[in-house]
Ligand binder design. Structure first.
Ligand code: ADP
Ligand code: MG
Length: 141
């Protein structure tokens, strides 16, 4: 099976510590992997490199056989790499859906009754102040 992701010879140093030394990680399409290791083993650092949050000191990343430079979170997103961080911040004024899709709102919306009635909404979801749409928060009980 051809490889979707190849991380080869990844090395990352922080002041006083080598977080990753010559690490290889391969992933084929449809596979699910678990990165397992003790605290400080470098799991988060490896994923942050893939996510564009950190830059490796050495090594290469290939996607579908093509060398890529992932120098920002946006670059990672554009390559189809999505990351869910262990610790993250939510925007309290946005809905759950808006938080999930922060920075990459859906461009299309599934056709619902609004489409057939000829009044398709212009926003991908109702505003956070609206409680009536399927994307908005459930009413508080
Ligand atoms: N931003 C950072 N600055 C300095 N050292 C870091 C930084 N991030 C991680 N480290 C160090 O790199 C090593 C690997 O950390 P990390 O990738 O968080 O491990 P894990 O996720 O496996 O617990 C640890 O020694 C950690 O202290
Ligand atoms: Mg970690």
């Amino acid at each position: 099976m051809s490889l979707l992701l190849e991380m080869r010879g990844i090395t990352k140093r922080f002041p006083g510590v080598v977080a990753l030394h010559d690490v290889d990680f391969d992933l084929a399409g449809g596979e699910v992997h678990v990165l397992l290791g003790e605290n400080g083993a470098g799991k988060s650092t490896l994923i942050k490199i893939l996510a564009g949050a950190y830059h490796p000191d050495q090594g290469e990343i290939r996607l579908a056989g093509r060398p890529v430079r992932i120098d920002s979170a946006i670059a990672a997103q554009r390559l189809g790499i999505a990351t869910i961080y262990q610790e993250f911040n939510l925007v309290p004024t946005l809905t759950v859906a808006e938080n999930i899709f922060l920075g990459r709102p859906p461009r299309r919306r599934r056709c619902s009754s609004a489409c057939t009635s000829g009044s398709a909404p212009t926003r991908p979801w109702p505003s956070s102040s609206s409680r009536s749409g399927r994307w908005s928060r459930s009413p508080r009980r």
